[in-house]
Structure formats: C-alpha cells, structure tokens
Design a protein around this ligand. Structure first.
Ligand code: MRU
Length: 337
C-alpha cells in the first residue's frame, strides 16, 4: 500500500529511497507514478527491493546502489541469507555499476549486526549526497554565467541520494547566481526527462523547457545550446561512458557544434574493471516500452521494436568528466579511479 512521505536523509522535501528509523522498511518513491502522484512504497526484504529496482520503481545509477544497500540492511534485520540477497540485488539491472559496487561494499562489512549494517547503508547514502554536492561545486565552475544547458534522462535528486549529479551541477550553478536555463530531452521511450527531470527542476524553480530527443540538433544548429551535461551509469577505465540511450547522439552533435559535453558521476560509477565501453553490458528492455506510449499502441501490431536501454559515448567526446574529486578530460578518466 503506497504511503505519503518518509523523512529524507538529504534534508530535501522528497527522496528516491530511505530506510525507516527502525531499519526494517525501505521506503521508495514510486517514480513510475511521477509526475502525477508522489507516493512511496514500503519494502521489507531484499527480494522486494530487487524487484522494485528491476521494475524501475527506483532508477538512476546511484539511487539503485543506495536501494540495494538498504535492501541488504532490511534483509539482515530479518535474519536472511545476505550473500544470496546480494547476488539477487546485484543482478536486478546490468548496466549501472553502482549496484554491484554498493552490494560488494555492504557485504564487506559482514559479519556485522543488523544495526551496524543499517548504519553502513545510511553512510553510503550520506556519502552519495556529499559527492553530489562536491560535483555540483566543481561542475558549476565550468558553466557560463548565463546560458542554456541540454540534459538527457534524469540525473537529479531522483536518480541519486539527493541533489543529483548533472542536475546537481545545474543546481549549484544557480546557487552561485548563474543564470542557467535547461532544455530537457524527453528521453524516449521511458520519458525520464519529461516525467522526472522536468518535475524536479520545475519544483525547484529552475527554468526548464521540454524538447523531444530529435529536436536537440535543431537547437544546437541555432546556437541555442551552450553546453550538455549528463550523468552516467558506468565509466570504463578508458573513459567511455554508458548512459541513457540517446546520450551518444547528443555528444556527437555537441562536438559538431563545438559545444562542451560534460559528464557528472560519482566515483562509485567509475569502473576500473571494465577496460572499454565495448565490455559494458547494455540492458535490453521490452519492445513494449517502444511500441506503446502509456496504453496507446503507436506501431502496427506485428512490428517489434529494438530497445537498448543505454548507449556508450566514446571518451574522446567527453570534454570533462566531473567527479567529487575533480574534473578531467574524458580520456583521462583513469586518473580519478
Ligand atoms: O534507466 P534509468 O532511468 O535507470 O537510467 C538512468 C540514467 O541513464 C542516468 O542518466 C544515470 O543513471 C545517471 S543518474 C545520476
């Protein structure tokens, strides 16, 4: 049964995921219902959290890592098998490395009491918020005093422990007084840009306009975009970046128009064990998400759709990779790993 509101650890007025004070319930904002309804589901074991990650109740690389950490905390509380729970959580989605990173980090504390594991999970969450704030400060310095920034998917508070990676940079720039406006790509087919990025920026009073993904090149051509900033699901050792499908196209057009393409991601998204983007497993999602918009079918009944959930932007197209430790050109990503 959905519930109205937990107390967000980040201090914000909403949160993608939280652990109850007693450490026995994971509260998750059901992002599938946004922007229409703001309701949290209550999950009491790791299997339920894994299913919620798979079903995209929560999504976004850092947020699913935090959800997995809380999933292990509630599993510890009910005396479950933590190794089995960890394996289940780690395979809920394949592309974002934060999921495995968070599970490995939590399992490294075992054996520990349920109370200790809950505190370790909360620490992981707090560290993510702190990393977003630090990325914000570092990335804000790269943005102009005034201008329009294109973003794709949702790399905001909803995709992290709070504040956001790419949207954190935009928030921080505005907190510095920079006049930054946002073009949010709708992000077909799951519409994270339209449903989630517009929801959270509008709520914060950040000027945001929605465009369809295919409009981005038009606005570059008219000189209406000053920079691109996106998040990441995994950054390979050579700096190649996996992010939401459609990102690579924006990077190409940004290079064509000599505009910077920035990627903001915490170090939990950097994966020294993946040598290049070619080794990143790309999640294949249902054809149904492409041939339907809501309940409406938009293609002939016999046509199947392709649906890779992510694409890989080559490191050479990444002007700066921004982490909580600093920013480097994409091809120097390994300096931050
Ligand atoms: O399929 P999603 O919504 O989980 O994809 C999310 C993204 O691609 C985000 O851009 C990425 O996780 C960065 S979130 C800070």
């Amino acid at each position: 049964m959905p519930v109205p509101h937990p107390a967000p650890l980040s201090g914000a007025s909403y949160s993608a995921v939280e652990l109850s004070p007693a450490g026995d319930v994971v509260l998750m904002l059901d992002q599938r219902r946004l922007p229409h309804e703001e309701l949290y589901v209550e999950l009491r074991d790791a299997a339920a959290v894994a299913e919620a990650i798979r079903a995209m109740v929560v999504r976004g690389a850092p947020a699913i890592g935090i959800a997995a950490a809380y999933g292990l905390a509630v599993e510890a509380r009910r005396g479950g098998d933590l190794n089995a729970a960890g394996a289940l959580l780690a395979r809920a989605r394949p592309t974002a490395v934060n999921l495995k990173w968070a599970v490995d980090r939590m399992l490294s504390f075992v054996p520990a009491s349920p109370e200790e594991l809950a505190e370790h999970a909360r620490t992981l969450h707090r560290e993510d918020v702190a990393a977003c704030r630090a990325m914000g400060r570092i990335g804000a310095a790269l943005l102009p005093e005034r201008g329009t920034v294109l973003t794709h998917c949702n790399a905001g508070a909803l995709a992290t422990g709070g504040y956001g990676t790419a949207l954190g940079v935009i928030r921080a720039a505005r907190e510095l007084g920079k006049d930054i406006r946002v073009l949010s790509c709708e992000t077909r087919p799951y519409l994270q840009g339209a449903r989630l990025t517009c929801w959270e920026l509008d709520r914060d009073g950040v000027p945001v306009e929605l465009i369809t993904d295919g409009m981005a090149a038009h606005f570059f051509g008219r000189g209406e975009i000053d920079a691109v900033i996106v998040g990441a699901d995994r950054v390979a050792l050579n700096g190649d970046v996996a992010n939401k499908i459609g990102t690579y196209g924006h990077a190409c057009v940004a290079r064509m128009h000599e505009r910077p393409f920035y990627v903001a991601a915490p170090r939990s998204t950097l994966d020294p064990n993946t040598p290049t983007g070619a080794a990143i497993v790309i999640e294949e999602r249902s054809s149904d998400e492409v041939v339907r918009i809501g309940e409406q079918v938009i293609a002939p009944a016999n046509v199947r759709a392709r649906h890779p959930g992510f694409d890989v932007t080559p490191a050479r197209l990444v002007s700066r990779l921004i982490t909580e430790l600093g920013d480097v050109p994409g091809e120097r990503a390994r300096d931050l790993m």
